[in-house]
Design a protein around this ligand. Sequence first.
Ligand SMILES: [Zn+2]
Length: 105
Amino acid sequence: MRKSHGPAFKKVVIELDKCPLCRGRAVTQGMFHDLPCDRCNASGWVAAATGQALALDELVTQLGMRLQAATRQIEQLKKSRATGPEALYQDGNRLGAGGTNYTGD
Ligand SMILES: [Zn+2]
């Protein structure tokens, strides 16, 4: 895959940062109720490089990709804690060692 100058053929992940106006909450405090933050298209995120909101169609894609990555991370964490071979091995060792000198770390 070669980098070229024209428009990207492949969606690239844009580095996002929390919106400085709403601090990532996506809403701002109105008089009586929360208002959608117009700085970040009510997403809570802006492009880290520019500090500007992404266009809505781009925003949806970027959030989707972030969510996918986050979901994958969560799944991996769950697996490595609950059913990963390493976790099982370590748990087994702890129990096998008598369990009395477990220090809780
Ligand atoms: Zn905002």
